[in-house]
Structure formats: structure tokens, C-alpha cells
Write a protein that binds this ligand. Structure first.
Ligand code: FAD
Length: 400
């Protein structure tokens, strides 16, 4: 087993870390006060080649791996999870298209957005007010009318929607089939696409989310991705992969919490010595470091599975749930280690705590990750032979 990154991956990892050090970390606190899209930093990230990594070469992208994406997500997440979300959101928005669209469709709709001078954005529009964890409840409809589809409905929480040029929209083409009747469309910003209320949030303020209204929006029939009815399958395949990206942002937060808390524990003296010399603090740091490392390993393993075409659903759910719980726990512990200073806005760890919380919620809450993982474990166990042969049928399990 080789834990080393390839030369190309190592170069990307170093580039993303240097970018974070120069452009993200020093500005994260100041910019989050503005509570708006950090356009200038994202443009620089685009110019530094840190965006749109998964778009295939035939459609103008670098065609890099999911592992490469997780490296950039972790590095940028270390500096600011909100900015990482802004920078990496195209991965989510375009992933359904990379999975389900033809190269010609990608060349027409995505290539112009990723090859110009200015960074352009996509928005992933799945969630609705009445349909969050269960997309089958969505009410957005797409109806075929000659050579066009007419899309009507309202989405919410769509990251980067206020700055987006292309919307990846999940809509029902056969409502009576529920999730099997969902389809996915590429919708350029056109007549009838309206941006609604921009959400104000607890954390990740360096990213923007809004409602999006589709009012009888007409798109050519070639905006359908895959076939009618493929939407749910494409959404699940997308999230199986992109969850590793959220796990990576969370890993960045978890590691930053360790580093800031350790730095403080070395220099803060109480009772005549650095607080890091107290076992109560150093054991906390040890547990925090363990969580960050375990989160990284689970995340990179999930990405590696996806890159090698292996089933990834269970492992990306493990990674997302574990890494985001690790981020939340580590951020909380970092605040504790820094005492009163941890609670102040001028130090970075209270922001880590607010930012970490979102990683447990978006792209499927951690309850949903556990649901996915639990189902997979139960399914695998049906044919599992542990070597301990006891017949369970027809009677209570014996005490073993
Ligand atoms: C800042 C932010 C950015 C986002 N970005 C996007 C985006 O770009 N695109 C997009 O489409 N969506 C986006 N979302 C939406 C996000 O993915 C949803 O909020 C999330 O999936 C949960 O849906 P919900 O909020 O409707 O909660 P609900 O589904 O209503 O869940 C409420 C609670 O019930 C629990 N729950 C639900 N079902 C079960 C179950 N079966 N078992 C156990 N517990 C359950 C949930 O875990 C949660 O705790 C974003 C959200 C936020 C806050």
C-alpha cells in the first residue's frame, strides 16, 4: 500500500496550500464580515487552476481525479470552509453533467464556462422547501413541448446561484413515479430564471446560497441530461462522489482546529507553564489530531475507490459523516483549549465552529449518511459468513 501522492497530485496539493496561505487564510475573517460571495479570491483560484478539475479534457477541463479535488478542498477548507465551498461548488454543479451528459453537451454548455478569462459558475438545484432529504417530494416539473422542455418550480439553498450562469436542475417529468420520475436538465440563465432571497447563515459566510425560481423556463430538448427518469440515479451517483469533497473541506477544518489549538497551547502560560504541558490539554490535542488524520484517510480512500471505478457509496458516507463530526468536535475542542480567547471573533476558532456545523448538514445530513452506510452494511451482511455458524431462523438469537 502506497500512501504517497503522485508527482502531479503532490504539485497540486502544494499549490493549493500555498494559495490558501497567501489568499484565503489572511482574508477569511475580514471577508466573512461582508457576508457575500468572495469574488476576487475565487477569481484568483480560477486563475491558479484550482477549479473545475473534474471536467474531461475533451470538454476543455484538466480531467483530474476525485482525489485531486479532495486535495484542493482540504487545502482551501483549512483556510476558510466558506471560500472552499465557493471555489469547489462547480464540482457539485457540473458533476451530474460529467456523469450523465454527452461530450457534445459538455462542449456546448460547460466548456464556454471553464475556458474564458473570468471564472463562471454553476449551481446544483436539487433541494426545495418541501423536499430536502427526500427529493422524491419535489414539485418542480419539466414538461416536453415539441423540441423544448418547459420547467416550472422553485429551488432553495442553491450554492453560488446568485452568481451562476448555468443551473443543474432536477425536475419531475413523471410525478406519479416519484423518484423514478425525476430528470435532470442543464438550464442556462435565461428568461424566467429568477434569483430569490439570499440566505443569511450562521457560518460559511464566504459562500452564497439563494432560492431560484423557474417560471415557465423553456430550454431546448438537448438540455436533458441522460434520459427522462435518470435524474434520481444521477443525483445519487453525483452525491456518492461529491461527499468526499465535503469530507475533505471538513478535514481541512479539523486540521486547522488542531493547529490553532496547539499553537495557542504552546504559548499560553497558566500556573507557571504552557497549558500544553497539562495532560488534560495534550490528551485533547492527541484526540483531535487522531480525528483529523482518520478523516483524511477515510476521505482519500473514498476518492481512491471512486477513481478506480469501485463502489463508493458506503465509504463516501463513512468519510462525510466522520470527517464532518471530527470537524465539529475539533472546532469545539479548539475553542475550549483557547478558553475565553477561543470565544472571541478576532481569533479563528469560533469561525471554525460555525463553519464546521454546515459540513454535518449540506450534501446530505449526517443522519442520511448513516442511513446510506447502515443500509449498505446490512445488505453486505446478508451473504456474510463470519465462520460462526448458528442458525438464527425461527428462534431468538442465542446469547453469544
Ligand atoms: C448553506 C447550505 C448550502 C446548501 N447548498 C445546496 C446546494 O447547492 N444545492 C442543493 O440542492 N441543496 C443545498 N443545500 C441543501 C441541503 O443539502 C439540505 O439542507 C439537506 O440535504 C437537508 O435537507 P433539509 O434542510 O430540507 O432537512 P430535512 O430533510 O427536512 O431534515 C430535517 C432533519 O431530519 C433529519 N432526517 C430527515 N430524514 C431522515 C431519516 N430518514 N432518518 C433520520 N433523520 C432524518 C435530517 O437529518 C435533519 O436532521 C444546502 C444547504 C445549506 C444550509
Amino acid at each position: 500500500m502506497d500512501f504517497k501522492l503522485s508527482k502531479e497530485e503532490q504539485e497540486l496539493w502544494e499549490r493549493a496550500k500555498q494559495f490558501t496561505y497567501e489568499h484565503i487564510t489572511p482574508r477569511a475573517l475580514e471577508l466573512e464580515k461582508r457576508d457575500e460571495f468572495p469574488k476576487e479570491v475565487v477569481q484568483k483560484a480560477y486563475e491558479a487552476g484550482l477549479m473545475n478539475l473534474h471536467i474531461p479534457k475533451e470538454a476543455g477541463g484538466p480531467g483530474l481525479s476525485l482525489l485531486a479535488e479532495t486535495l484542493v478542498s482540504e487545502a482551501t477548507g483549512y483556510g476558510c470552509a466558506g471560500m472552499a465551498t465557493s471555489i469547489m461548488c462547480n464540482n457539485l454543479a457540473f458533476a451530474p453533467l460529467v456523469i450523465g451528459a454527452t461530450i457534445e453537451q459538455l462542449q456546448t454548455y460547460v466548456q464556454p464556462l471553464i475556458t474564458g478569462k473570468e471564472a463562471k459558475f454553476g449551481a446544483f438545484c436539487l433541494t426545495e422547501r418541501g423536499a430536502g432529504s427526500d427529493p422524491a417530494d419535489m414539485t418542480t416539473r419539466a414538461v416536453r413541448d415539441g423540441d423544448e422542455y418547459v420547467i416550472t418550480g422553485a429551488k432553495c439553498f442553491a450554492t453560488n446561484a446568485p452568481v451562476a450562469s448555468l443551473f443543474t436542475v432536477f425536475a419531475s417529468t413523471q410525478p406519479e413515479l416519484r423518484h423514478k420520475g425525476l430528470s435532470v436538465f442543464m438550464v442556462p440563465k435565461t428568461k424566467g430564471v429568477k434569483i430569490g432571497h439570499i440566505e443569511r447563515k450562521m457560518g460559511q459566510k464566504n459562500s452564497v446560497q439563494s432560492e431560484v425560481f423557474f417560471e415557465d423556463v423553456r430550454v431546448p430538448k438537448d438540455c436533458l441530461v441522460g434520459k427522462e427518469g435518470d435524474g434520481f440515479k444521477i443525483a445519487m451517483m453525483t452525491l456518492d462522489k461529491t461527499r468526499a469533497g465535503i469530507a475533505a473541506i471538513a478535514t481541512g477544518v479539523a486540521q486547522r482546529a488542531v493547529d490553532e489549538a496547539a499553537r495557542f497551547a504552546n504559548i499560553r502560560h497558566q500556573f507557571g507553564k504552557p497549558i500544553g504541558k497539562f495532560q488534560g490539554i495534550s490528551f485533547m490535542l492527541a484526540d483531535m489530531g487522531t480525528r483529523a488524520s482518520a478523516a483524511r484517510l477515510l476521505t482519500r480512500y473514498a476518492a481512491w475507490l471512486a477513481d478506480h471505478g469501485m463502489p463508493v457509496s458506503k465509504d463516501s458516507a463513512f468519510a462525510k459523516a466522520f470527517a464532518s463530526d471530527a470537524a465539529m468536535q475539533n472546532a469545539t475542542d479548539a475553542v475550549q483549549i483557547m478558553g475565553g480567547y477561543g470565544y472571541l471573533e478576532e481569533y479563528p476558532v469560533e469561525k471554525l465552529m460555525r463553519d464546521a456545523k454546515l459540513t454535518q448538514i449540506y450534501e446530505g445530513t449526517n443522519q442520511i449518511q448513516r442511513l446510506v452506510a447502515g443500509r449498505a452494511i446490512l445488505k453486505e451482511s446478508v451473504n456474510l459468513d463470519t465462520g460462526f455458524h448458528v442458525k438464527y431462523e425461527g428462534r431468538d438469537p442465542p446469547l453469544i
